[in-house]
Write a protein of this length. Sequence first.
Length: 209
Amino acid sequence: MNDQQAGELIKRWQKRNIRAVYCRGRKEAVENILQEIPLSAAIGLSGSLTLSELKLVEKLKERGNKIYDQNQPGLSREESLALRKQGSLADYYLVSPNAISENGELVFFSAYGNRTAGVAYADKLIVVSGTNKIAADLAQAVKRARELATPLNCKRLGWQTPCLDDGICREEACRFPEYKRMCCQVLIIEAEIIPERIKVFLVDEELGF
């Protein structure tokens, strides 16, 4: 993605009441995000390979932010679910989308609902994405989420789903108890009513799925 393309996408987000910053690399992205989040903020987060690749959670912990980290070792299922719920109502919520349309829609899939809850209702939402997640339009963005991001995440986490081997979404067959379905909730952000609530950091690198 070149500067002109990034600038056009940022203008589309502005029309949707979403702020955005174009970062040319992961180092620049991390620096900008750390500047955006106050030291006093409590932070919730969704499971995200992008956040892991940026080592963002570790950096926030190191500097003293309170993190509702449902992925820390040694947690029981109940403790992890409780942290997900607390995190969805934190001061800031960190997330990476499954896909972005060139027109500016943000697509999020969720299994447990904490992800869609945090995206929809956290006081401040920080969205971090590599340019590899951009699709031509909303239909292609949803297709990307279903047929690329979901199978790869299922494989990463060891979830058995119909799409696991070939990436083909078989929504009509993906039912319990035969399968542990990952895309239980779908949230598409078309715009934001509250000024300054959502900020997107678009990174000119391949990050996550």
